[in-house]
Write a protein that binds this ligand. Sequence first.
Ligand code: SF4
Length: 471
Amino acid sequence: MTDDHFHDECGVFGVFNHPEAANLAYLGLYALQHRGQESAGIVCTDGRNFNSHRGMGLVADIFQKSDIERLGGHNSIGHVRYSTSGDSDLRNCQPFTFEYAHGGIAMCHNGNIVNAGELRKALEAQGAIFQSTSDTEVLIHLVARSVGDSAETRLAEAIHKLAGAFSLLVQTETRLIGVRDPHGIRPLVLGKQGDSWVLSSETCSFDLVGAEFVRDVEPGEMVVIDEDGIRSIYPFANPTPKFCVFEYVYFARPDSTLEGINIYQARHRIGEELAKESPVEADVVVPVPDSGTPPAMGYAEASGTPFQMGLIRNHYVGRTFIEPQQSIRHFGVKLKLNANRAVIAGKRVVLVDDSIVRGTTSRKIVEMVRKAGAKEVHMRISSPPTKHSCYYGIDTPDAEELMANKMTVEEMCKVIGADSLAFVSFDGMYRAVGKPRSVHCDACFSGEYPVAIEGPRSPQLSLLHFSSRRQ
Ligand code: SF4
């Protein structure tokens, strides 16, 4: 069974100088659970020893009170993972810890290093041995071979060899370091809690741990935190911002603010733009929950059409379940969504969703809404057509599997069985985001990749499955 969405990647959270560093990391990861539900891990240090706990599954299931107590220490980094690169098993769980000539170090990252395969081959040819298939381990080898005289200079030397997207956390005995790639494709934000510093993929985690948002780490910036305070290093000559625009549309949690933009408000404005660009006579606007909800609210407000929860989502669908022996049509979608007949029957319905990937789920949802008695079904999508794969840390099908890659909008409309189908335009999306297109990556819509993809595609496993999503 598949959840027909692009899937985000990973989330990272780091704490410097807090007596309950492990507990804060646990809470931080809990708030970032939407960024990866396959595995999680935390590494803590007391300045000498590194203690780690990693496991498969959800944060709440992996960590018991005794695990958190055992981790100890006052500095921590943590990671939630949805494997975009490397196999899906415990040996690929991050953070990784290792000992090298300069002491202990732990590392985790969010993104995808597109030249990890080539780098790994070169390292193996020189005798390097790998314990995992994760591209983070490639970076670890590069750091170990660097000749700089400090952790940050060795790290700077190593990341110069990387191509792709990375928001990286590194922990040494005495330092917490956060780095964003020179395009800042994936997010990384800095916060403060009393005398402690925190780094995270998203601001929503700061609220849970009681930290104040300080600022986004800039594209190409390395933030080094130690007992002397915080300082920034800029290892790349010409950072060119290309933040992932899909974070606004779908990946990030709506209560996060990234690059100065509140995610919920951006999604709401995209809905308003959609209503202006693709109006239709209708009786109700219905979101495909959860991520279709903010744009549906925007569409309803801008069009003056009532907003109704015509589809209800079951938030308690686990990863595995027992399918009935007698086949039930569209069982998978029904498990997750159910049409609310009372608000749909006899109505002209505008259905709002965030994207169409393969089109299989959209077709089933349209059919479900029709079976609930809708007179007309008009599909509106809060992103442009998804025509290309992502190579920067998002789990996507191959381009040939993407419906918009093979069909016109009219053909897609026919296949999903809607009365009309419209996507927000690039201009509409960027008007809603409120920042120019030039500072974003939108390669999965446009095919214009900010980092060249050379050689065979770095492996990004297709492990699409049901998972609890944010609103
Ligand atoms: Fe984001 Fe799409 Fe660019 Fe991937 S290709 S980083 S999903 S905008």
